[in-house]
Design a protein around this ligand. Structure first.
Ligand SMILES: Cc1cc2nc3c(=O)[nH]c(=O)nc-3n(C[C@H](O)[C@H](O)[C@H](O)COP(=O)(O)OP(=O)(O)OC[C@H]3O[C@@H](n4cnc5c(N)ncnc54)[C@H](O)[C@@H]3O)c2cc1C
Length: 581
């Protein structure tokens, strides 16, 4: 089964570096300062692009205001439907819940990766299983990682297809959707389907679950009974109060990023030469900044891409300080105007754009703000269902078998599960949603398996940096990094693959190919963090491993973590990863 990581081929040409000097002029005149000069073009105006259309709109609005009076205009703003602060699905005519079956053997709440992975596990253990998936999105199940990476590089080369096809790192093409439309059965035909299958009820929200009587209730009150149920409701991007509490004029220029609709919206902004300010320095904020900057390189004229965050450098929550700083320089080199150490002090709408006043004294003008400050598990269903939500980590509390109550499982971003090796966790990564969805699916058919397989994650920051991690990857833990000079990296993995047993076996037999006496792991050699391995330690044991521009070694990393032991010499362990080959 292919639930694999779509990576682009790394043999991309070296991209044109745009010099990105952050000029921190104090701006007590509330004047916009240029935070990023494109020295190649010799301009440093810092003016957001493509304002002409907005000016026109403004003129029309003013004329309208004159005609309708201030009251009318106020009514417009109070009922403004263009508030883009949340990820939205396209409007379609509301489907009718009475078309849905009254009872299903397998019911999956949520239409994402975890849910689809559970379906596949159910189907491979119960060939004639009848599965109903309920999702409040208006899409068939799709994967999210390419939305912040590969899809932008595909878009750069031409039109985006209806099924969001993109090129993986391997060069192969595939769609964002796990399966084409024809794969699915109409919900109204599921009960009579002789060979079973999966039906997707799109555009329906589940309000609550009654685990005792095994019945779910939709937001319109319609009830469906089940034998086995999975909650895989994922998470919702967080926003910042400074935006959510702002007037509609500000809010309409602020968005979060999680869906194909968000991709379309942001792409339109970029195609209209708009300047984008991304808030946040985590996976999404950093990946998206690099992808947008690279997307703009195909254009003769484009807006700027700012990345603003309060920490000192990119990915600081997971990367050791030296690597985080090194990465920030690489992100800048791709054309992102990185503004570290800055929080938002105030935001104001000025004609067609937003003025973002920062705590550093800078003011940045942007046409649109993308807030990438993390995600909150979707646990509204817990209210009224008697389900426990973890107070610290969020997510539905489940045991090692991913069971919240008998015959009711939770997987993916929304699950707060018990990992017998590393303790209670909640993980927001694609591979975890595959692995946990599969485990839940297996347990829904009665396998009674505990969580034992460590999932991995990956991220790509443009064509030059790709990394993978497994276990606890947290920069607050002690770390030991072993690096080699960057060489031509080969990204041949298609690592949306579920990590398999074969891979682990293969990794075990790997022998060191070179002595590591020339490894670089000192801060002053900051130019040399091209390729290496970082060990994260707890009680001196390896609890996490980050593979920096090293691919096809995650099985080995998994084996080492599973051993759960202390090593005398981590250089020796690093040798196993063949960081020089
Ligand atoms: C842009 C982007 C890029 C990413 N890149 C990477 C990456 O490179 N590597 C990586 O490891 N991870 C990445 N991730 C994270 C990864 O995509 C998620 O961890 C994964 O999608 C989680 O899957 P899930 O099935 O748990 O949740 P989701 O994919 O969020 O699916 C949950 C579904 O449930 C629906 N739902 C919620 N509540 C209800 C309800 N009450 N009733 C009905 N339906 C409901 C939601 O609308 C949604 O469709 C990325 C995420 C994003 C947004």
């Amino acid at each position: 089964m292919e639930l694999c990581r779509p990576r682009l081929s790394c043999n991309t040409e070296v991209l044109r570096a745009v010099n990105c000097n952050v000029s921190r002029k104090a701006s007590n005149e509330s004047k916009e300062t240029s935070a990023c000069d494109k020295s190649e073009s010799g301009t440093s105006t810092g003016t957001p692009g493509g304002d002409k259309g907005d000016d026109k709109t403004k003129t029309i609005l003013l004329a309208l205001a004159g005609a309708l009076g201030v009251g009318g205009l106020l009514y417009y703003f109070m009922n403004d439907k263009s508030d883009t602060t949340t990820s939205t699905s396209p409007e379609i005519s509301k489907p009718n819940s009475s078309d849905l079956p009254k009872h299903v053997p397998y019911l999956l709440i949520g239409g994402g990766t975890a849910s689809f992975s559970a379906f596949r596990a159910i189907k491979s253990n119960d060939a004639k299983a009848k599965v109903l998936m309920i999702t409040d999105e208006n899409h068939k199940p799709y994967m999210r990682p390419p939305l912040s990476k590969e899809l932008w590089y595909t878009a750069q080369k031409g039109e985006i297809s209806n099924d969001y096809r993109f090129k993986q790192w391997t060069g192969a093409e595939r769609s964002l959707y796990f399966e084409p439309e024809e794969f699915f059965i109409e919900p109204s035909k599921l009960s009579d389907s002789e060979n079973g299958g999966i039906a997707v009820a799109q555009g329906f929200k589940v309000k609550k679950v009654d685990p005792t009587n095994r019945v779910i209730t939709l937001s319109d009150g319609y009830e469906i009974t089940y034998d086995q149920c999975l909650i895989a409701t994922g998470c919702t991007p967080k926003n910042l109060p400074i935006f959510t509490e702002a007037p509609p004029g500000v809010r309409e220029k602020v968005m979060v990023y999680r869906t194909p609709e968000d991709f379309e919206k942001l792409k339109k902004y970029l195609d209209n030469k708009k300047t984008v300010a991304i808030i946040g320095n985590g996976f999404l904020g950093s990946e998206l900044s690099c992808s947008l900057a690279n997307y703009n390189k195909s254009k003769t004229d484009s807006g700027r891409i700012y990345q603003i965050f309060q920490e000192t450098a990119n990915m600081s929550k997971i990367l050791p300080d030296y690597l985080s700083k090194w990465t920030m320089e690489k992100v800048k080199a791709q054309g992102v105007c990185v503004v570290p150490g800055a929080s938002l002090k105030s935001v104001q709408r000025d004609n067609s754009h937003l003025n973002l006043a920062l705590t550093t004294g800078e003011t940045i003008m942007a046409d649109v703000v993308v807030v990438c400050v993390g995600c909150e598990a979707n646990t509204e269903i817990a209210n009224g269902s008697g389900l426990e939500v973890d107070q610290n980590l969020g997510g539905f509390v489940v045991n090692a078998e991913l069971e919240a109550r008998r015959n009711l499982f939770v997987a993916g971003d929304a699950s707060c599960f018990y990992d017998p090796l590393l303790g209670r966790r909640r993980v927001e990564h694609h591979d975890h949603s595959v692995v946990s969805g599969r485990l839940a699916g297996e347990n829904m058919v009665g396998k009674k398996k505990p969580y034992a397989h460590q999932s991995m994650f990956w991220s790509d920051l443009g064509p030059e940096i790709g990394y993978e991690g497994i276990g606890l990857i947290d920069s607050s833990l002690p770390t030991v990094g072993v690096f080699a000079l960057a060489t031509k990296t080969e990204r041949q993995t298609d690592n949306l693959t579920e990590s398999s047993k074969d891979e682990t076996e293969q990794a075990k037999t790997t022998t060191p190919s070179q002595d590591v006496s020339d490894v670089k792991c000192k801060e002053e050699q900051a130019d040399n963090y091209g390729r290496g391995v970082v060990f994260y330690l707890r009680d001196e044991k390896i609890v996490g491993i980050l593979l920096w521009n090293i691919f096809n070694r995650i099985g080995l990393a998994r084996t080492i973590i599973k051993e759960n032991k202390k090593y005398e010499d981590l250089n020796e362990v690093a040798k196993l990863f063949e960081i020089h080959s």
